[in-house]
Ligand binder design. Structure first.
Ligand code: ADP
Ligand code: MG
Length: 446
């Protein structure tokens, strides 16, 4: 059966463009077959999903053309190849355990170097926490001790505490900085208790210059952990060391947090992070795409921002998916592609864009009447807006050429195609014109 698949692939190669074939079909490997099913291996879940959505019926047809019989096609995802040198990931960065022999390596700071102030976008929603973090990084243990940052999931708390650590480390590479999630603090404490190494555990924390404790809410209800942390806190505070704590809630709202800890958290400064507004989300997307050296047009950034939840991690996930798609297909990112790639993710959140909405927006933008936009008048001030409107309809709605023609006063199919081609050409040649079209599309999403 393996040669059946090879033949089917050869047939697909004839009908698909080179790029499509190499990206999606060529990497599919034959694994096994039963009397009615062929199992193929896909290199990633992404490829599998894409092929299933787009090319499954073609693949099935190609197989039945070879076998004269219809087969089901199933996919299995290839085992990931081990990465040569895995990079530690955000919170998973583990503290290098202090090794008795290597004295120097006792405080390897377990900070994620990517989480800096420079890579953090400051907007209205996080401005207070950002400013407070910078103040602490510039003058630790002076004004705001402890600094308590609270806010919902994925709003940048972990990023900010690492940024504080990285900034202090930049100025003083010998600073002893310790980043711990409260869960890890608890697990290590339990282990230390079990192996009778509590002294070691205590000493380790009490010698640091900066203690960053992430997600303190996990200590809720864990009395022994809170007790231990209380002593650690006091020891550091008394010796004028900076403490930074994050939580998903305001101290008073963490159930099962002991009063004495709660009141200490309120000694310093409490700063909140609010969900980002749409401008901040756009700015974050732009910054991240710049960092990846990817061109993300404004209208696409706005489309993603408008469709995303407030969780910035999810927003980043969308961007990565889109970038992966663009790079796998060898195309530039554009709005049509973004809508296609995000269609299962953004589904309900994106409002359906209709021909009528586009006509209205374009007419408003160029300050012309709707009736003029749809008319046959051949003056330039009307022709260009009309062609732009037609182009956007083709890009953003599911309407066919005849359907669009119908809604533009009964124009024929070739006029519509001509308009689309005309605009495509001008978009490719003229960046100011591109800006105008993006501007109109942006308004459609807000
Ligand atoms: P939290 O700890 O609040 O759950 P994180 O700090 O882990 O959130 O942030 C989630 C992701 O979003 C991280 O990759 C982080 O870099 C990114 N992020 C959050 N806020 C911002 C921001 N203002 N600017 C840039 N990236 C951000
Ligand atoms: Mg976090």
């Amino acid at each position: 059966m393996e040669n059946v698949w090879q033949e089917a692939q050869a047939n697909l190669k004839k009908v698909l463009t080179g790029q499509t074939y190499t990206t999606w079909i060529d990497p599919l490997k034959f694994l096994e077959a039963t009397s009615d099913t062929i199992v193929l291996e896909a290199p990633s879940a992404f490829v599998q999903q894409w092929v299933t959505e787009k090319y499954l019926s073609m693949v099935k047809e190609a197989i039945s053309a070879v076998t004269a019989k219809s087969y089901q096609v199933e996919f299995r995802i290839a085992e990931p190849k081990p990465e040569p040198s895995p990079q530690p990931k955000e919170e998973e960065v583990e503290a290098a355990p202090p090794k008795a022999k290597e004295k120097k390596a006792e405080y390897v700071p377990n900070l994620n170097p990517k989480y800096t102030f420079e890579s953090f976008v400051c907007g209205a929603s996080n401005q207070f926490a950002y400013a407070a973090s910078q103040a602490v990084a510039n003058k630790p243990a002076t004004n705001y001790n402890p600094l308590f940052i609270y806010g919902g999931v994925g709003l940048g708390k972990t990023h900010l505490v690492h940024a504080i650590g990285n900034q202090i480390l930049k100025k003083n590479p010998k600073a002893k900085i310790c980043y711990y999630s409260s869960e890890k603090f608890m697990n290590e404490m339990i282990n230390s208790l079990r192996y009778k190494k509590m002294d070691e555990f205590r000493n380790k924390f009490r010698k640091v210059d900066l203690l960053l404790i992430d997600d303190i809410q996990f200590m809720a209800g864990k009395e022994a952990t809170q007790e231990e942390f209380f002593h650690t806190f006091n020891a550091l505070y008394d010796s004028h060391k900076q403490i930074v704590i994050t939580s998903d809630k305001f101290p008073k709202d963490i159930p099962g947090l002991e009063e004495r800890l709660r009141s200490r958290f309120e000694w310093g400064l409490i700063a909140d992070i609010q969900p980002p507004d749409i401008e901040t989300k756009v700015a974050i997307l732009k910054k991240k795409s710049d960092m990846h050296s990817v061109n993300l047009p404004d209208d696409v950034a706005l489309f993603l921002a408008a469709g995303a939840t407030n969780n910035i991690r999810e927003l980043e996930g969308m961007l990565i998916r889109l970038e992966a798609f663009a790079s796998l297909t060898g195309n530039e990112i554009n709005l049509g592609m973004a809508r296609e790639v995000m269609k299962d993710i953004i589904v309900e959140k994106t409002k359906e864009i209709t021909v009528e909405m586009i006509q209205k927006q374009v007419a408003e933008h160029f300050r012309i009447k709707l009736s003029e936009l749809k008319s046959d008048k051949r003056v330039k001030t009307l022709v260009v807006p009309r062609q732009i409107a037609i182009y956007i309809c083709r890009e953003l709605t599911k309407s066919s050429y005849p359907e669009i023609g119908e809604k533009f006063g009964g124009k024929d199919h070739s006029t519509i195609i001509h308009s689309v081609k005309k605009i495509e050409k001008q978009l490719a040649a003229d960046s100011e014109f591109r800006g105008t079209v993006e501007e109109i599309k942006k308004k459609l999403f807000t």
